[in-house]
Write a protein that binds this ligand. Structure first.
Ligand code: KG4
Ligand code: ZN
Length: 351
């Protein structure tokens, strides 16, 4: 069976009850959503995070994540059965992510597509994060964006659904990952982002002098491994990790990590302000976009440049299938379907 031919779908002829089922399993969140094609409404969304199971390892263990997806996804799917008769496509995250966890979602998607005789839609997870800004609504272009997640740190420029350029990315660790690693070093658990942010609220963010990454480089790149190692050295030197020490090192680390993001983002805004076809909207997306200090900092830059800040609802900042469904709507209307040869791609070079 193959639906890979391109054939646009007429939205006017799409019935109100037509739906897309979407599956997300790129990392440690098992999630399924059902979205109405006509009005983009999310009629079902469930996500079960595996944070507790990975917490004692201080990070995601791919084999455990994959086994848990194999258990959890069918349980969530059970609740979606009443919608099966109206499904018009099955969407699934195929890139980027962990190879064996992506495979779990893809296997389920292929099985459903075959059994229900409806097409498959392959979705890029990062595009999903971008479209988390436009759940249940029309997308706005052109748009600048800062993507901050556990796997990626990127500056993006989006001109349309199929024109999304990566302007900058990290040369080593990602922003969210550096929070996870600092949390692990301090024995605070996983995911580190919300834990470190919470500790940082009570600390002195100037208590430790930490190096600002890529300080003298004016080009567009991010780096967090040097900062992470500087934090490691401070922790190793500290004999007793008092409550105040933990709060201070978290606050100092967070301040520098955000200052690094902010400095590079500001260069992006400055360039944009001089461009003929500049964007007037800027999104902060990905799991780490929940960080309030980061949000305030980007808001400050947006205010300075007269750009409107867009944020996803908090519950859709981290990985979820609703954002995958939102991208799938666009692909469906463009007739962009995958076939049974669809494969997962752990790494990504474009969106
Ligand atoms: O987008 P996401 O759910 O998964 C990936 O696609 O990677 O992002 C998860 C990442 C984790 O590294 C987590 O620690 C980080 O986002 N994160 C945060 C915060 N909340 C989640 N990082 C910093 N501050 C936060 N408040
Ligand atoms: Zn993500």
């Amino acid at each position: 069976m193959s639906w890979s031919r391109k054939c646009r779908v007429d939205l006017a002829k799409t019935r109100d009850n037509y739906l897309i089922l979407s599956i997300e399993s790129s990392c440690d969140d098992s999630s399924i959503a059902i979205t109405q094609i006509k009005d983009k409404k999310i009629v079902f969304h469930q996500k079960i995070s595996q944070e507790r199971e990975h917490s004692s390892y201080g990070g995601v263990v791919p084999e455990i994540a994959s086994r848990l997806h194999a258990e959890i996804l069918p349980q969530i799917l059970e609740h979606t059965k009443p919608y099966f008769k109206d499904l018009k496509a099955i969407a699934v995250t195929t890139e980027p992510g962990l190879n064996i966890t992506l495979m779990e979602g893809l296997m389920m998607a292929k099985t459903l597509s075959f059994a229900l005789e409806i097409p498959l839609i392959s979705v890029n997870h990062l595009k999903g994060h971008l479209y988390s800004l436009f759940l249940e609504q029309e997308a706005i272009f052109p748009l600048g964006a800062l993507l901050v997640s556990g796997g990626h740190t990127m500056l993006l420029e989006a001109r349309s659904f199929n024109e999304i350029n990566i302007i900058a990315q990290t040369i080593d660790d990602s922003f969210g990952e550096s929070f996870d690693k600092v949390s692990k070093m301090l024995g605070l658990g996983y995911p580190g982002g919300p834990i470190v942010e919470f500790q940082a609220q009570k600390g002195n963010d100037r208590a430790f002098e930490l190096p600002l990454p890529l300080k003298s480089r004016k080009d567009f790149a991010f780096s967090f491994s040097g900062l992470k190692n500087a934090v490691r050295l401070v922790i190793q030197k500290q004999e007793i990790q008092s409550k105040a020490f933990v709060e201070d090192i978290c606050a100092s680390f967070q301040r520098v990590a955000i200052e690094h993001l902010s400095k590079k983002t500001q260069i992006f805004f400055e360039k944009n302000s001089k461009s003929m076809d500049s964007w007037k909207y800027f999104g902060v997306i990905g799991g780490a976009s929940a960080n309030l200090v980061l949000r305030n900092e980007i808001q400050r830059i947006c205010d300075y440049y007269g750009v409107t800040l867009l944020l996803a609802p908090l519950e859709y900042c981290s990985d979820n299938a609703a954002m995958i469904g939102r991208v799938a709507l666009e692909s469906y209307l463009r007739g962009e379907f995958g076939d049974f040869n669809l494969q997962v791609k752990p790494r990504v070079s474009s969106l």
